[in-house]
Ligand binder design. Sequence first.
Ligand code: GDP
Length: 459
Amino acid sequence: MNNDTIAAIGTAMTHSGIGIVRISGSEAIGIADRIFRAKKSGKKLADVPTHTLHYGHIVNRDQIIDEVLVSVMRGPHSYTAEDVVEINCHGGILVMKKILDTVMEYGARPAEAGEFTKRAFLNGRMDLSQAEAVIDIINSQNEFALKSAVKQLSGSVSDKIKEIRKRLIYEIAYIESALDDPEHYPMENYGEELAEKIEPLLQEIRKLTDHADDGRMLKEGIKTVILGKPNAGKSSLLNLMVGSERAIVTDIEGTTRDTLEEHILLDGISLNIVDTAGIRETADLVEQIGVERAKEQAAEADLVLYVIDATKPLDENDKEIIQCIADKKAIVLFNKCDLDTLLDEQEIRQMLPEQTVVVFSAKDRTGFEILKDRIREMFYAEELKFNDEIYLTSARHKAALDSAYRSLQLVMDSIAAGMPEDFFTIDMMSAYEQLGYITGESVEDDLVNEIFSKFCMGK
Ligand code: GDP
């Protein structure tokens, strides 16, 4: 294992009240002792109890750099499971840098990105999915993302995966043992028994992956596309949602420019408004790049907001797009209801019986609260219902689970086809391995330990 001592500035590289220089590794305390002068007592950090805080100065060749508080956390009860020293200094860029330079001069090397957490993983203090959760916590942009990352850090995903793996390895070990020692491990009707055990595992995996899209959307934002003809009010809607006048709204058709993808937080709902061209480009999406493209955009989106100018009649393009959003998560905004409307909203409701039609005005905000409520119902109703469920928010985890699911289905196929037992283990092993990628556990060691602890006692 890489046992050198690493150091980095743990806080943001901006001027702030406090800065933290973090050191981890076998030499952490030794290095700190060489550059720290405790006020009054003159004590050495090597002698202090773990998890204590010490007041003094950081010095480099008798030159005082800063007045600091130093915390000492001995491994394994530290973030990295190694000896860790954190120097709380003043949060100026220069002073933090000088302290870091001093720490390095006395023997530490600069940590790579994520290296403290990597060490925590390598030292077994957290598994891979927990280590990933640390990054997710830092990157969280909304309540949901934060909540699910904290849950993941506390082991929600790992525990579930470990439990499934445990049940799998038990059966794998049983088959292996039975093949070695058929006398002690009866295999009659084993196929049926195994199928009864695999079925619930398939269901559990399915439940996790079924929610993965919700998890991704809630974490990264709901991929939203605003569609509609020129002048329908798309920019006005976006402005209303963004809460600023950033998009240029104009009376002249086709003068809204500056394409962008907007990430907005609408009462806690994260929306990623994808560049829909129609909003921002000189020519309208529907007219310039065609209905086909609009359909593609709609197909890729989690949510379509279709803006209709209710003061104008529907044309063929409108009708075609309305058809293509019929089975999407879509909301139709019957816009400009503050003016004399020409369209009959019932007509649209009839065309889209499954969809929500909101009588709307981007100008005076009519329907805005209803719009937000509808979005929340569409995407968050599940969350409330499954409040205690685990939401997968990582594409990596989802891919591993999908692949484990396929392998277990192959096991079911083999059982149904009456294949010999050793056929089952190949696919069960592959499911086990796939799940292990999520937690980062090594396959071989686990298998060995499990077989010996469960089945080979006294033999
Ligand atoms: P876009 O081309 O679809 O992005 O449409 P805009 O948002 O640029 O709006 C076109 C014109 O319609 C602008 O003059 C807006 O002020 C106006 N408009 C948009 N929504 C409403 C509304 O709800 N009521 C009224 N009266 N005018 C609106």
